[in-house]
Design a protein around this ligand. Structure first.
Ligand code: NAP
Length: 308
């Protein structure tokens, strides 16, 4: 086995992302020791039972005091508080990183509380599931995915290289961009799709002519795939929309214009325009499969019974 990248890593927040990092770091020998911390007593106890950290600390101070690398994996709205809780206990030169789905607002909030002895490299692994909590994590979550790093005024080249090395060690490819660009890209690739899913599932629940049991029974007609996304963690997504307001509202404006154009195509029986749009969207799906970012199996590879 190659030399570990780090001696001690602290992971603050032991939910889906934090526990997946801890599991991946242990499985691939990327650090000699992983110390975890979570402010929830329930998660703390569960993390101890699951055993994916070498130690689950009782306090933020205990978690970070020996760590040269601190990864914060809590909801976007709690990130600055988590940094504040470890701030006085960070080692000289400690690298602090985080994984929030929004970057510009999180960076502003963290810079306001980051102590002088630490460097800060914000990041975002583009990997996840609709599940949350310590049981949902797994070591391979980041395999073949992308992680975006958005260096800021408190980053330095050596620290960026170390954070990149961690994500590459976890199987991820790494790209660097500005926080503002990240927020626009993710607004259209992740935040708006989630908003659409929350909205369609909410609308379906409120349509009076269709019963709840019909919605569930006939869900395979496209609706089911939206319900998977709409089952994502409510706290995480509340924080994403409140912290990426500008980019989300900008993209939502464009989305509404395109939706109005679609409405017009249907109203005016413009089959050519509909066909042209659906052909373009199909090509995007092909591109995602060719890039290895999803399976090409029909219906995402779900098992289907045959009636023969
Ligand atoms: P999660 O499963 O809900 O885990 C977050 C954990 O952090 C919870 O156990 C939470 O406890 C704990 N926590 C909250 N405040 C804390 C604090 N101040 N100190 C210590 N622990 C604290 O969430 P997740 O899905 O791992 O998401 C974590 C971050 O990753 C978010 O910023 C999210 O935007 C980002 N992210 C998520 C995904 C995804 O698909 N899920 C993908 C990429 C990035 P409580 O439950 O008591 O609050």
């Amino acid at each position: 086995m190659t030399e570990p990248l780090f001696d001690t890593i602290a992971v603050v927040g032991l939910g889906l992302i934090g526990s997946s990092v801890a599991r991946g770091v242990k499985a691939r020998g990327l650090a000699r020791r992983v110390v975890g911390y979570d402010s929830s007593t329930q998660v703390h106890n569960r993390a101890k039972e699951l055993g994916f950290c070498d130690r689950v600390a009782n306090t933020p101070a205990e978690a970070v005091k020996d760590a040269e690398f601190v990864l914060i994996a809590v909801p976007v709205g709690a990130t600055a508080d988590a940094v504040k809780s470890v701030a006085p206990h960070l080692r000289q030169g400690a690298i602090v990183t985080e994984v929030g789905s929004v970057k510009a607002a999180v960076i502003r909030q963290v810079l306001a509380v980051l102590p002088g002895q630490a460097v800060f490299v914000p990041g975002h692994p583009i990997a996840g599931t609709e599940h949350s909590g310590p049981d949902a994590g797994f070591a391979e979550l980041f395999d073949g995915r992308w992680t975006i790093l958005t260096p800021c005024e408190r980053s330095n080249e050596a620290a960026v290289a170390k954070v990149a090395a961690l994500w590459r060690g976890l199987g991820s490819a790494v790209e660097t961009m500005t926080p503002e660009h990240h927020d626009i890209v993710l607004a259209i690739t992740s935040h708006i799709p989630h908003l659409i899913a929350f909205n369609i599932v909410g609308t379906a629940a409120d349509v009076e002519e269709v019963t709840q049991s019909e919605v569930i029974k006939f869900s395979a007609g496209g609706f089911r795939d939206f319900t998977r996304i709409a089952a994502s963690d409510p706290v995480m997504w509340r924080d994403v929309f409140l912290n990426n307001k500008e980019a989300v509202l900008e993209m939502l404006g464009r989305f509404s214009e395109d939706l109005a154009a679609l409405q017009r195509m249907i109203r005016w029986d413009d089959g050519t325009a509909l066909l042209e749009l659906f052909t373009r969207t199909r090509a995007i799906r092909r591109g995602i499969i060719e890039a290895g970012q999803d399976t090409q199996e029909a219906d995402f590879g779900r098992p289907h019974g045959h009636e023969d």
